[in-house]
Write a protein that binds this ligand. Structure first.
Ligand code: 6PG
Length: 236
């Protein structure tokens, strides 16, 4: 586990954008494609914007395959839709082929969407011991990540699931497939997250209360990119 702490969220996302660009470029020197699982919510939006504005020409995006860690079960054109946020802020500014952008489909019934996404993931990873080259995650002030909330982070038998979120139905990846990622990055900012950051990293193991503790990479590394406010209660 490696902590990367910066004074402001602007410095965090600027540094993380450079780290992601370097990691993708280094990986594509060794393999044909890069699989990148994106986070939803609001914090990553500035990161996505920087990746689009400063790295659209520095990275061979047409060899990158995009996925999402979770989705709110709302229409694509709803402002709460995670795929729409990342595509508008970032992906539409790159030359990645549409066939490599794997949105969770909220235009069909939830069971069909869960099944379809499971099949997409299996087509990439069923014959491998690893999964995504990089998974980007956020952390809620209640300790949730992806759409694994304190009320619904039961054990899962598949890589995708539909769960009841605080406001709307959610589609989410489950810990097993995320924990097979080669690199996992939590991007967290703001004082309201500080208590949970410290509890998730250093606190007693309590994944029922802190679902983010379910994220334990099998062989990969985990990085926390934090601003000073989110890191203030962490005692390393
Ligand atoms: C979502 C996210 C969720 C998010 C955290 C943090 O769909 O809401 O996937 O897990 O990462 O809630 O969200 P913020 O970055 O908006 O604080």
């Amino acid at each position: 586990m490696k902590l990367h702490v910066y004074p402001s969220v602007a410095e965090v996302v600027t540094s993380l954008a450079g780290w992601i660009s370097d990691y993708i470029t280094e990986t594509l020197e060794k393999q044909d494609r890069f699989t990148f699982c994106l986070a939803g919510g609001s914090t990553p939006k500035d990161l996505y914007h920087i990746l689009a504005m400063r790295y659209s020409d520095n990275v061979d995006w047409k060899r990158v395959h995009f996925f999402w860690g979770d989705e709110r079960y709302v229409p694509y054109n709803d402002d709460r839709n995670n795929a729409r946020m990342a595509i508008d802020a970032f992906i539409c500014h790159t030359n990645v082929p549409d066939s490599q952008v794997h949105k969770m489909d909220t235009g069909v019934d939830e069971n069909t969407s869960v099944y379809d996404y499971q099949k997409i993931l299996e087509s990439y990873f069923k014959d491998s011991s690893t999964s995504f080259d990089l998974t980007l995650l956020g952390l809620g002030s209640d300790g949730h990540t992806l759409s694994l909330f304190p009320s619904n982070n039961n054990s899962f038998s598949t890589w995708t699931a539909s769960v009841r979120g605080p406001e709307v139905l959610r589609l989410t990846l489950t810990p097993e497939i995320v924990n097979r990622s080669k690199e996992i990055v939590f991007l967290v900012a703001g004082e309201e997250k500080a208590e949970k950051v410290a509890a998730v990293i250093n606190g007693a193991d309590d994944p029922k209360r802190l679902p983010a503790q379910l994220i334990k990479p099998v062989n990969g590394d985990i990085h926390w990119f934090l601003d000073a406010a989110a890191a203030k209660e962490y005692k390393g």
